[in-house]
Design a protein around this ligand. Structure first.
Ligand code: ZN
Length: 405
C-alpha cells in the first residue's frame, strides 16, 4: 500500500513537472543560419533576376503605326537637382546651377507635360543611318520613323552624367547604383548627411520609373543618350587616369571602379539607355588645337569607350562647334572626329535643327535645353513641350528675373 502511494506521488510529481515544462527543447527550433549568411529580417527577398525589357526598332513598319518624316525634337538635360536647398544656398555656384539645371520637381513636370502633349521617346541612334551614296561613298540618311498614330518623336540626351565632385556638395546624386530590386537607383547624401538610395532623386531612374508607369511614352523602349566626359570618371565611378600623379595603388583603385561601373552600364544599355562622347576633358573643339583634340579623343576611347562600347554620337562641350563652324565648313577637327567613328554631331541651339552634311558622312544637329535660362527667358520657344510658368519653381531658385511675367 505504501509502495502504491509512493508511485502515485511520483506520478503526480512528474505530471506537475511536465505542466511547468519549458518550451520545446532547442533542437526542435529551426537551426540558426551561420552568421555571415544571416539575412536581415523583415526585408523582402530580392528578385532573382531583373524584369525583362524589350527594345523595338521605330524604323520598321508595323500595323497601326504611321510614318513620321517631320522634325525629331531633341531636348537635353544635365543631372537634376535633388536638394535645391544645397544647390541654391547663395554660394558661388548657385547662379550657374540656376542657369543650367532643373530641379527634380521641375523635371517631373516637364516629363509629364511632354507625355501629355503626345511626344514619344526614340533613341537618337534610330533617327539617321549610314548608307552608300550613288557614288559609292558612305553618307548619312534620315530614317522614316513609324510611330503610333498621333504621336511625335522626341530624343532626350543628358550631358555630364559623370557626377562631378562639385555636384556632390550641391544637392545632386553622387552615383548610380543597382538597388535591391535590381533596378537603377541613385546613391547620395541628404542635407543632413544621411545616405539615400532612391529612384526619385536623379533624372535617369526618374525616367525609368516614368516609362514603367507610362509604357506608351516609350513604344520602342528608348530612354535617353548619356553624354559622358571622362576626366572625373563616369556615372559617379572614378574610372579616370591622371597623368600628373599615378602609381600602382591608384591604378588598382581605378580598376575596381571600372569593375564596379560595368554592371551599371550593362543594365542601362539593357533598359534603353545609350551613350555618346562629350569629349574626355570637356574641351573646346573650336580652337583648332589638333594635338589636344586628338589626345583627348584617344583618351575618351581608352577610358570611357572601353566601358560603354562604340558610339557614333558626339555632344559638343559648351556647344562649341569644331573648327568654329561645322555647317558650311568641314575643318580638320571635324574630319578627325569623323574618322574616329563619330557620325552624329550635336550642339545646342534655339530649335531641333539638323543637317546632313554633303561632303562627309556625318549629320549635325542642335538640341533645345530645358534649364533655368530658358525657363526664365524662352517661354514661347518651349510652349510646344511645356509652359515654363507651370514648370519653374521660383520658391526654391535664386531671386532672379523672369521675362514672361
Ligand atoms: Zn557639358
Amino acid at each position: 500500500m505504501r509502495r502504491l502511494l509512493n508511485l502515485w506521488l511520483l506520478l503526480l510529481l512528474l505530471s506537475a513537472c511536465s505542466a511547468a515544462a519549458p518550451p520545446p527543447p532547442p533542437e526542435e527550433l529551426p537551426p540558426e543560419p551561420p552568421e555571415e549568411e544571416a539575412a536581415p529580417p523583415e526585408e523582402p527577398a530580392p528578385p532573382a533576376a531583373p524584369e525583362p525589357y524589350e527594345i523595338g526598332d521605330p524604323t520598321v513598319q508595323q500595323e497601326g503605326y504611321v510614318p513620321w518624316n517631320g522634325v525629331v525634337e531633341h531636348l537635353f538635360f544635365h543631372p537634376v537637382i535633388a536638394y535645391p536647398e544645397l544647390a541654391f544656398d547663395g554660394d558661388t555656384q548657385a547662379n550657374g546651377l540656376d542657369d543650367f539645371m532643373v530641379t527634380v520637381d521641375e523635371y517631373n513636370r516637364i516629363l509629364q507635360s511632354v507625355y501629355d502633349k503626345g511626344y514619344v521617346l526614340v533613341d537618337i541612334n534610330s533617327v539617321w543611318s549610314e548608307t552608300a551614296g550613288e557614288d559609292g561613298q558612305p553618307k548619312m540618311v534620315r530614317n522614316t520613323l513609324y510611330l503610333p498614330e498621333g504621336k511625335k518623336p522626341l530624343v532626350l540626351s543628358y550631358d555630364d552624367t559623370n557626377y562631378y565632385p562639385y555636384m556632390l556638395e550641391n544637392g545632386f546624386a553622387h552615383k548610380l547604383i543597382i538597388g535591391d530590386d535590381l533596378k537603377i537607383a541613385s546613391w547620395g547624401l541628404d542635407p543632413a548627411g544621411s545616405e539615400v538610395v532612391s529612384r526619385d532623386l536623379d533624372a535617369i531612374p526618374i525616367l525609368d520609373k516614368f516609362v514603367e508607369e507610362h509604357p506608351d511614352f516609350s513604344p520602342f523602349g528608348a530612354k535617353g543618350c548619356l553624354s559622358l566626359t571622362g576626366y572625373e570618371g563616369i556615372l559617379g565611378y572614378r574610372t579616370q587616369t591622371d597623368t600628373k600623379a599615378w602609381d600602382d595603388a591608384k591604378e588598382a583603385t581605378r580598376q575596381k571602379e571600372r569593375e564596379a561601373v560595368q554592371p551599371i552600364v550593362e543594365e542601362l544599355r539593357r533598359t534603353g539607355w545609350t551613350f555618346g562622347s562629350h569629349t574626355w576633358g570637356h574641351i573646346r573643339l573650336g580652337d583648332g588645337n589638333m594635338t589636344r583634340i586628338e589626345a583627348d579623343t584617344q583618351r575618351w576611347l581608352d577610358e570611357v569607350g572601353s566601358l560603354v562600347g562604340e558610339t557614333t554620337i558626339l555632344f559638343y562641350p559648351h556647344g562649341e562647334r569644331p573648327d568654329g563652324n561645322d555647317w558650311t565648313l568641314t575643318g580638320p577637327a571635324f574630319q578627325y572626329l569623323q574618322s574616329k567613328g563619330f557620325r552624329v554631331f550635336c550642339s545646342v541651339g534655339v530649335e531641333s535643327f539638323s543637317f546632313i552634311k554633303k561632303d562627309i558622312c556625318a549629320v549635325i544637329c542642335d538640341r533645345l535645353h530645358p534649364d533655368g535660362t530658358t525657363l526664365r527667358h524662352s517661354r514661347d520657344r518651349y510652349l510646344q513641350f511645356y509652359d515654363a510658368k507651370d514648370i519653374i519653381d521660383l520658391t526654391v531658385r535664386p531671386q532672379r528675373e523672369v521675362s514672361w511675367e
